[in-house]
Ligand binder design. Structure first.
Ligand code: CP
Length: 311
């Protein structure tokens, strides 16, 4: 089985079959990661550069770990401390790295569309590790694997995506993925953080009352407030945001059912999510992080053309 695409630029480009294949392959890699020796020789002849032009903890570390678990050779590039700081263009940087015989590029960039630009100009396979406010496809895939694990599937499941929808690449990738896989979606948050086009563009529910959204859903995927992407204030204060849209234990206890809590990280504790929820049994936040390694192994393995055996 093969993916229908050479790159992973966004969930938008994947078919439901591609998504199913990645999730099923990741499930097999999860089994590898339970073994005493967690390493397989699958990508032994493959060289991968991790090109991070924007800060990251989870995504960068889990790509690096996924590559090491698959026995790939890896190079790590961060923009700070590189010649990008001297004005070198993205294309020059990447062409110089590719001249050293690199097969795949994993890239995070603050500019939406940066990986799509690269894909038009270089021969290597490209994996988007988050581009601006556009997409974060491996996050949506690991979220889907985590929902599948918690609830047994995606079809018909009710997922509320809560908070800063406007600036969230996680939201957009999740919307594409959940629609393709037959889940129901509700976007919830203050009107200033939910773009008006989105309800009709994606045929999703929009809800401005947090408790109504939580009562409706099986899973709440709570998003980080991205203050660094807000040019002007979109709510009065973090304190007031927390009062109106922060997910608290008191609010969850007032529902007539138990729901699953997710967050892509990093969490603004006490803003969009209270600590006693983030660290509760209802939260699967650390399972999401754990699943990130298996999902990234699956993506790299499938894009490398399934060169070797998985195990
Ligand atoms: N979820 C996520 O992308 O986290 P990082 O920014 O730490 O990679």
């Amino acid at each position: 089985m093969q993916l229908s695409t050479k790159h992973l630029l966004g969930i938008r480009d994947l078919t439901p079959g591609d998504i199913q294949l990645i999730l099923d392959t990741a499930t097999q890699f999860k089994e590898v990661l339970q073994r005493p020796i967690k390493k397989v020789p699958t990508l032994r002849d493959v060289t991968i550069v991790n090109l991070f032009y924007e800060n990251s903890t989870r995504t960068r570390i889990s790509f690096e770990l996924a590559e090491k678990r698959l026995s790939a050779d890896t190079i790590n590039f961060t923009a700070s401390g590189s010649s990008a700081a001297k004005g070198e263009t993205l294309l020059d940087t990447v062409n110089n790295i590719l001249s050293m015989k690199v097969d795949m590029v994993v890239m995070r960039h603050s500019a939406s569309g940066a990986p799509h630009f690269l894909a038009k100009h270089i021969p290597a396979a490209i994996v988007n590790a988050g581009d601006g406010i556009n997409e974060h496809p491996t996050q949506a895939l690991l979220d889907a694997l985590s929902i599948r694990q918690a609830l047994g599937g995606l079809q018909g499941k009710k997922v509320a995506i809560i908070g800063d929808i406007m600036h969230s690449r996680v939201a957009l990738s999740n919307i594409y993925l959940l629609k393709k896989m037959g889940a129901e979606i509700m976007l919830a948050g203050p009107p200033t953080l939910i773009p008006t086009y989105i309800r009709e563009a994606f045929d999703v529910r929009v809800e401005y009352n947090l408790k109504t959204a939580l009562q409706w859903c099986d899973v709440a995927n709570v998003l980080r407030i991205q203050l660094e992407r807000q040019n002007q204030p979109l709510f009065s204060s973090l304190r007031e945001y927390n009062l109106a849209y922060g997910v608290s234990k008191r609010l969850l206890d007032s529902l007539d059912k138990k729901i699953v809590i997710m967050h892509p990280g990093p969490i603004n504790r006490g803003v969009e999510l209270d600590s006693d929820v983030a660290d509760s049994k209802q939260s699967i936040i650390l399972q999401q992080v754990e699943n990130g390694v298996a999902v990234r192994m699956a993506v790299l393995y499938l894009l490398a053309g399934a060169k070797g055996e998985k195990n």
